[in-house]
Write a new protein. Structure first.
Length: 153
C-alpha cells in the first residue's frame, strides 16, 4: 500500500489533533462524529477551523483517518508549513530551537526516531541533512543536529 498523501490544510489538521494527547482511535471517533469540543480544549492550536479542514479533506478525498493510523506525507509543503510541522510534531520553534537562512532551516536537534518521522512527512520536497555533533553536550545526548533544505534549490 502506498503512503497517504495530504495537502497542507489536512496535514496541519492531523498534526494539530495529534497534539491533544488522545489515542488515535479517540481522535478519529471525535472527528468522524464532529464532536470537536473535547479535542479543541486540548490541542496546540484551538483556533484552527477543524470543521473547515475536515470539509477540505472530504472534497479532496484525502483519507485523514488512514493518515492518523499509518502515517502520511505532505503532497507539497512551503517553508512556513515546515516550521508549523516542527512546532506541532516536535515542539521546535524558530529562533528558540533552530535558525532559518532563506529556504534552509539549521541547527535542529532531533533524535534518530524523530528524524525518520520527519523524513517520512516531508521527504517528497525537503531533505533532512545531519550537520554534525561537534558541540559539547551533543555527544552526551541522543540528539542529532540536522538541517532541512529544499531538495531542488
Amino acid at each position: 500500500m502506498s503512503q497517504v498523501r495530504l495537502s497542507i490544510p489536512v496535514g496541519m489538521l492531523v498534526e494539530n489533533v495529534l497534539t491533544s494527547g488522545e489515542s488515535i482511535e479517540v481522535i478519529i471517533d471525535r472527528l468522524r462524529r464532529r464532536d470537536l469540543a473535547p479535542l479543541l480544549s486540548k490541542i496546540k492550536e484551538p483556533t484552527m477551523d477543524v470543521e473547515e479542514r475536515l470539509q477540505t479533506a472530504e472534497e479532496a478525498a484525502e483519507d485523514w483517518a488512514e493518515a492518523l493510523r499509518s502515517g502520511y506525507e505532505f503532497k507539497f509543503l512551503h517553508i512556513n508549513g515546515l516550521k508549523r510541522v516542527l512546532d506541532f510534531r516536535f515542539d521546535r520553534k524558530i529562533d528558540r530551537d533552530y535558525s532559518q537562512e532563506e529556504l534552509t532551516l539549521r541547527h535542529i536537534r532531533l533524535n534518530a526516531q524523530e528524524i525518520e518521522l520527519l523524513r517520512m512527512l516531508i521527504g517528497r520536497q525537503w531533505e533532512v541533512i545531519e550537520e554534525g555533533n561537534n558541540e559539547a553536550g551533543a555527544a552526551l545526548s541522543a540528539d542529532i543536529l540536522v538541517g532541512i533544505k529544499l531538495k531542488y534549490q
